[in-house]
Design a binder for this molecule. Structure first.
Ligand SMILES: [Zn+2]
Length: 351
């Protein structure tokens, strides 16, 4: 999410909180549940320049959220159970699911012990190239490049553009410009550009992946725990709607087959890489349904409503991210009010 939309959403959250508007809206906006989206769980303090901090929460915050939802009377359930409740229309109690994308090693080190201690289920969505140690975490590689260098050159629109980035402000601005320019390109081309930049300054992208994400041994160990659901997240973490249908199907099929081969069970839950409107749309929702997924989640913002039983492969999530590590936001988010405001008063967004 861009810094601008983060700022707008925070303003919406604060306004709803301080005016108590969320309480007034809750009777109409309250859902039957929520699926939380997380990535990294890391106790290290946030650095001055860390644009991907939105993908991190601290273990303390994760625990506070778990305490908060349990105290508020939510059931913390698995994706299988959420699927069952949606199919059966069983909504006596509200639910939350915790889901983690990409299979970061800190999930094992810092999140798993917390869920174990509370005896609560959660899910991890694994792209197989990440577990192979050759995943392309280009958005983090770009962050490292800009952190470690005060100046670099990128060939944009046919000409060399020099980025001077000695200060935190300049680094932030550079990251923002280059990241969103890359997101607009063909993904293979964009990744090639980052790989070239890495090579030019001797930054080892493979080491980044090997350090940050779980290998197969760790995934197998964690998957052995019945509290853990392993879901699919494509072979190489590509935005599916930017690929041909055949390529998109290949990315999903390879991922599910490999996970089945490694873990002995074929996943029935899936998360769309990037997951925004530009990365997953009706064609992908239909594809994942056709490929037998019980659920598939996006990064569209929203709570789960009873009507989502018709859109089980287009489920929205509530991002628990570094920018909102404040319990007052959680209360407002779970009222559903900010998403309904954000989505222009539409509760279901699966188009
Ligand atoms: Zn991902």
């Amino acid at each position: 999410m861009s810094r601008r939309s983060t700022k707008i959403l925070k303003t919406v959250l604060d306004t709803l909180y301080y005016t108590k508007g969320y309480k007034a809206l809750a009777p109409i906006t309250q859902g039957v549940g929520a699926i939380f989206m997380l990535h990294q769980v890391d106790p290290a303090p946030i650095q001055d320049f860390e644009p991907n901090r939105i993908l991190k929460v601290s273990p303390d915050f994760l625990e506070q959220v778990i305490d908060g939802v349990l105290e508020a009377g939510y059931d913390v359930i698995s994706l299988d159970e959420a699927h069952w409740r949606l199919q059966e229309g069983e909504f006596e109690r509200s639910f939350v699911c915790f889901t983690f994308d990409d299979g970061y090693r800190d999930n094992w080190e810092h999140a798993y012990p917390i869920f174990r201690q509370y005896d609560l289920p959660f899910a991890i969505y694994v792209p197989c190239e990440f577990a192979d140690g050759r995943g392309d975490l280009w958005w983090l590689a770009l962050e490292h490049l800009i952190r470690d260098n005060d100046r670099f050159v990128v060939r944009m629109h046919g000409e060399d553009r020099v980025f001077e980035c000695a200060t935190i402000e300049d680094k932030d601005a550079t990251y923002h410009t280059v990241y969103w320019w890359l997101r607009g390109l063909d993904e293979t081309e964009a990744r090639g550009i980052v790989a070239d930049l890495c090579r030019s300054v001797g930054f080892d992208q493979q080491a980044l992946c090997e350090t940050l994400v779980m290998d197969w041994q760790e995934i197998k160990a964690i998957a052995n725990d019945p509290l853990v659901t392993i879901g699919g997240h494509t072979k190489g973490h590509f935005a599916l709607s930017r690929l041909s249908l055949a390529q998109a199907r290949f990315q999903v099929e390879e991922n599910l087959t490999r996970l089945e081969h490694e873990l002995g069970t074929r996943p029935t839950h899936f998360s769309f890489p990037y997951g925004c409107e530009q990365s997953a749309g009706p064609r992908e929702f239909a594809l994942l349904r056709e490929m037998g997924m019980k659920t598939a989640v996006t990064t569209r913002k929203g709570l789960i409503y009873a009507e989502h039983y018709r859109h089980l492969t287009a489920l929205p999530r509530v991002s628990l991210n570094g920018d909102y590590q404040d319990m007052r936001y959680l209360t407002v988010l779970l009222s559903g009010a900010p998403f309904v405001v954000w989505n222009r008063f539409r509760k279901i967004d699966a188009a």
